[in-house]
Design a protein around this ligand. Sequence first.
Ligand code: PHE
Length: 375
Amino acid sequence: MSDIDELKTHLLTAIEASAALDALEAVRVEALGKQGRVTQLLKTMGAMSPEERQANGPAIHGLREAVTNAIAARKAVLEQIALDAQLAGEALDMTLPVDVPAAGTVHPVAQVMDELAEIFADLGFAVATGPEIEDDWHNFGALNIPETHPARAMQDTFYIAKPEGAADDAAPMVLRTHTSPVQIRTMVEVARRHAGAGSAGGAPIRIIAPGRVYRSDWDATHTPMFHQVEGLVIDKGITLAHLKWTLETFLRAFFERDDVVLRLRPSYFPFTEPSAEVDVGFSVEKGKRVIGGDEGWMEVLGSGMVHPRVIAACGLDPDEWQGFAFGCGIDRLAMLKYGIDDLRPVFEADVRWLKHYGFAALDVPTLSGGVGTAA
Ligand code: PHE
């Protein structure tokens, strides 16, 4: 083997064997650096006779090319290995649970809405919604509250200014004063489908409608915007007993106590007949009122059997369909359950208040997990 071949084998082996970029660089310097062995060989060609050069030139140039190419190839391989190692080292496993708690919290009112949806879904109720800017008919007229009815004054209504050019007799729009217009929208929609599908379509209806409502009111127990949940059941042969059982089941699940007792007091709403105001019993433990028992009573909701006139106004036959409805203040439910004693901070968006009363973002209430015990 000639010296050149020997050198070539030596260098190519060293290149292949270099395990890191700095080792490869050392080989490069040894071969191609200023004092490198290949560089030295190339220099010897200057002193050669033309014949010697012809004889040795190709082998020397071939050596340089082979070494240069081998270094480039090995460099590419080592760089790729280094990159792979870096990527593997910096990789984040997105499937790993984070142990940093989320900074935000779920507002108690939002939490209670989730709890309501969970409890009522278990009883076969769907969640329905409607607009917060309502027309007079859905908010009042269809609910058997004619224009002259004192109930309109009872609920201090925010009226929306009529748009310019609107007809003088155009029905005014209002910020809905209660969630009851969602009853109307649901029944109208069902009656429409009913008409198309014969008696197989339409009712029965089982919905709850949680959402914002508005009344011109502002003191320690009233805010101009607050939250209600409406409940509506329409079917055949529905009685007050169904209403009472549903409310009892709901409130026992919500307050997570079996000793929740209800008291139904005769009352009046234009859209229900008969109407009942519902009180829930409380007892006093260590000087604090807690729901359960019957040492005292707190009013929690309004309810009744849907007035036949309301059912008819929506296009359903009141001789065929009956039902019950109830309306309940969500903010009050949240205050009672989570020991909040002033209503106003509930809507002030103070981060310190939210930190104290809020719920962890990932604690979704479930019936199996206990609705709302994960405070
Ligand atoms: N809409 C009534 C209110 O806001 C509550 C209610 C709803 C009463 C349904 C009876 C039936 O006061």
